[in-house]
Write a protein that binds this ligand. Structure first.
Ligand code: C5P
Length: 233
C-alpha cells in the first residue's frame, strides 16, 4: 500500500495507517471458518465484501449510525477512522442458526420472538467465548454507558438492515458487529458482509452467505455475487 505501515492483519483484512486519524481497510480474498481451522483463498471475495460493506456503512451513516467509514478508495479498500477497537463481537439474531442451535439444541430457521443481542470476547486463543453484560462490566472491558450505546446501535442496525433486505426478499438471519472508540465517541467498525452475516432467500431459504463455504453447499463467489445483484449493486 504505497509504503503505508501495516497496523494489523486479521483473517480477512489488513489495516494500514494512512495518517494520525485515518486507516485504510483492505479486504483480502482469504476466507476462514471454525476459528481458522478451515481456510482458503477465493479470488474475487475481497472485492465483493468491500463493496457490500461500503454500501451498508453509507446507508447506516445516513440513518444516524456513526460508522468508521470515511471514503471509498479502490476495488478492495476504503478509508476509515482510526479507532480503538472494543474487544467484543456483538451478535444480533433474528432466526435460529449456527452456534445458537448447537448451544441450545434448537432447530435451525425458527423466527425468534424478539431479536437477541449477545456478546463474545474477541480472543482467538479462547475461541471467542460468549460473555454476558455482567462480566463485561465487572472486567471493565467497557464502561456501562458505552455498552448501552453498543446495544442501542446494534438493535437500530438490525431494524434498518432487516427492513432494507426484506425489500430484496432476503431474510437477515443473524450478523456480527464490531465497534470502536475515538475521542470518547463510539463508531461502528470493521465490515458488514456475507462473511459476517447470514442472509437467506425468503422463498427458498437458500444461503447467500459464508455458510455455503462452512458447509460446502455452494460456490462462494457465485452466492455472494447473487447477493450483490439482489440488492441492486
Ligand atoms: O457462529 P454463530 O452462529 O454464533 O454466528 C452468528 C453470526 O455472527 C453469523 O452471521 C456469523 O457469520 C457471524 N460471526 C462472525 N464472526 C465470528 C463469529 C460469528 O462474523 N467470529
Amino acid at each position: 500500500f504505497h509504503g503505508l505501515k501495516m497496523l494489523y492483519e486479521g483473517k480477512a483484512k489488513k489495516i494500514f495507517e494512512k495518517s494520525k486519524d485515518e486507516v485504510v481497510i483492505y479486504f483480502k480474498d482469504d476466507v476462514t471458518a471454525f476459528n481458522g481451522e478451515k481456510k482458503d483463498s477465493i479470488s474475487g471475495k475481497g472485492k465483493i465484501n468491500k463493496k457490500i460493506s461500503v454500501f451498508f456503512f453509507k446507508i447506516l451513516e445516513e440513518k444516524g449510525v456513526p460508522t468508521q467509514f470515511i471514503k471509498d478508495l479502490d476495488e478492495t479498500s476504503f478509508v476509515a477512522r482510526k479507532l480503538d477497537i472494543i474487544p467484543l463481537e456483538v451478535i444480533v439474531r433474528n432466526y435460529t442458526a449456527g452456534s445458537f442451535c448447537k448451544r441450545y439444541g434448537v432447530k435451525k430457521g425458527i423466527k425468534l420472538k424478539e431479536p437477541i443481542v449477545e456478546f463474545s470476547l474477541k480472543d482467538d486463543e479462547l475461541g471467542d467465548p460468549m460473555i454476558c453484560k455482567n462480566v463485561i462490566l465487572s472486567l471493565e472491558l467497557v464502561d456501562g454507558d458505552i455498552l448501552e450505546k453498543i446495544e442501542h446501535y446494534a438493535r437500530k442496525i438490525n431494524e434498518i438492515l432487516t427492513r432494507l433486505l426484506s425489500q430484496s426478499n432476503i431474510i437477515l438471519v443473524d450478523f456480527k458487529l464490531e465497534f470502536g472508540v475515538k475521542d470518547g465517541n463510539i463508531y461502528l467498525a470493521d465490515e458488514i458482509s456475507p462473511d459476517t452475516c447470514r442472509f437467506w432467500d425468503k422463498n427458498t431459504m437458500e444461503s447467500l452467505d459464508k455458510d455455503v463455504y462452512r458447509e460446502e453447499t455452494g460456490d462462494l463467489v457465485e452466492r455472494y455475487s447473487e447477493f450483490l445483484r439482489r440488492i441492486g449493486l
